[in-house]
Design a protein around this ligand. Structure first.
Ligand code: GCU
Length: 466
């Protein structure tokens, strides 16, 4: 058939995808020409675009952690941290009515809180996110620290037939004890991309940085295996890149067919949490896993994502929330260390919904309908463990006190549901774990890591897991 002389046949074949299988005609791939191309913007361009969409001229600046003499130096004075009004009450409806029954919490107040976080803080996930197809790429047996394990390399492929210009895969490594007599609990871990990690380590070595020695004793992964539990390492940045320029790609870009996002749409934290939820979908199909005993762990920006994961997806049984700071457990209504202005700036706005910028000019955190204690409360009655390093070592930027105060305030909802919050209203001495309540806590002596808190967390999880 002479395609050039049969334009209608040509169009039919192109649209039905047949031509896409054959070599390009005159150097083009006709089947793809009807997809809008991926928009490429820098983070600064996309950020400016979002401000225009919101009609915002100016944002209050974030704190500058590098210059103590700057007018924008971070505040580290507790007395000045409390210039915000009191927190919204998680047990009072927006219309002022108190929440009196559990039904009211589940059917009215909790959805109200969730809606507010979705609209103004973390963003809405579009209804038509394509399906994920899981595949076991490889499977092998190994012995790790004397424990026989099965290591499965998994890949969740996101159906991109509606927009083939972008490909999104969720990479997960699942490691579980091989000889368990019953399905095992699994901790999903937000892992740093090993490729990026290698690059970072090479750079650190070149610049002569001395990295701290690995902590003594079994690794946290080995501790889980020794206990008879498993873990799943998920690399969230392969699903959604950690910058504003990436918002037209990854899972957010795929659902928007390569176009920039709207102010109410999801940011990167929810995209990472989405990836954790899809990983749990897979785990629910794996007979070796007890899907009722799956938790989520993350540190720092991944700690924020871990809290968002547990708060939104009630299938998660527990969370280890490491040094999550602003945008995670730390209260927005505090000015200590990192500011809301940092979250709304070009380096971090992609974590949040565009709408969050409104609260950094003209509005303030006082206008936010929610605060982070209510994100923790969304986890109730499920247990959640807040982990921090020593502020003098880790840096006060992450506002440990703000995280603790949020934990204390979330306790009201835990008690309302017949559980307990943090078992102390005051931050306990460093190194002392709070394990009695359903909100756990530990501040360790080291820096920006949650590794020293794994033993306490495992003990805490042991109250709930068989
Ligand atoms: C920055 C950022 C924090 C974040 C941290 C991290 O310090 O301001 O909000 O938690 O990076 O992810 O390491």
């Amino acid at each position: 058939m002479n395609l050039r002389r049969s334009p209608n046949v040509f169009r039919y074949l192109a649209l039905s995808g047949v031509l896409a299988l054959s070599p390009t005609v005159r150097g083009q791939t006709p089947a793809r020409t009807h997809y809008p191309p991926v928009v490429h913007l820098t983070a600064a361009q996309d950020h400016a675009r979002m401000m225009r969409l919101l009609g915002i001229q100016r944002l209050r600046p974030g704190a500058d952690p590098n210059n103590p003499n700057s007018p924008n130096a971070p505040n580290y004075d507790e007395a000045k941290a409390r210039r915000f009004k009191k927190l919204p009450d998680p047990l009072v409806m927006d219309n002022g009515n108190p929440v009196r029954t559990h039904t009211q919490w589940w059917l009215e107040r909790r959805p109200e809180i969730e809606q507010a976080f979705t609209e103004d803080v973390y963003g809405r996930i579009p209804d038509d996110v394509p399906a994920v197809h899981w595949r076991v790429v490889s499977q092998r047996r190994e012995v790790r620290g004397g424990v026989a394990v099965v290591v499965k390399q998994l890949q969740g492929h996101v159906d991109n037939s509606a927009y083939p210009l972008l490909t999104v895969n969720i990479p997960v490594t699942l490691v579980i004890p091989a000889n368990a007599s019953a399905p095992v609990p699994v901790m999903i871990h937000f892992a740093f991309d090993p490729v990026l990690l290698q690059r970072f380590l090479a750079m650190a070595k070149k610049r002569g940085f001395k990295l701290p020695p690995p902590p003594k004793g079994p690794s946290w992964k080995q501790q889980l295996l020794n206990r008879g539990w498993g873990y799943a390492s998920l690399i969230p940045t392969r699903v959604q890149d950690d910058n504003g320029a990436g918002l037209t790609q990854g899972i957010i870009g795929l659902t928007n067919h390569g176009q920039p996002r709207q102010p109410d749409q999801w940011g990167t934290l929810r995209a990472w949490a989405w990836a954790a939820s899809r990983t749990l979908d897979y785990l629910q199909t794996d007979k070796a896993v007890n899907a009722h005993e799956v938790g989520i762990e993350g540190l720092s920006r991944f700690g924020k994502a871990a809290l968002v994961t547990e708060a939104y997806d009630q299938r998660f049984a527990i969370g280890l929330i490491g040094s999550s700071g602003k945008g995670g457990a730390a209260l927005y209504r505090r000015n200590f260390g990192e500011r809301n202005g940092n979250l709304a700036g070009t380096g971090e706005y992609h974590w949040m919904a565009g709408n969050f910028m409104k609260y950094v000019g003209p509005l303030t955190a006082n206008d936010l309908p929610v605060d982070s204690h209510e994100l923790i409360a969304m986890c109730a009655p499920r247990p959640v463990f807040l982990s921090s390093g020593k502020p003098e070592v880790e840096g006060k930027w992450l506002d440990m006190t703000g995280e603790y105060e949020a934990g204390v305030a979330a306790g009201a909802v835990y008690r309302f549901l017949g559980k307990q919050g943090l078992s102390s209203a005051q931050i306990p001495p460093i190194g002392t774990a709070l394990l009695r309540g359903d909100i756990g806590w530990r501040e360790h002596h080291g820096g920006h890591t949650d590794i020293p808190n794994w033993p306490a967390f495992i003990q805490f999880a042991g109250k709930y897991f068989k």
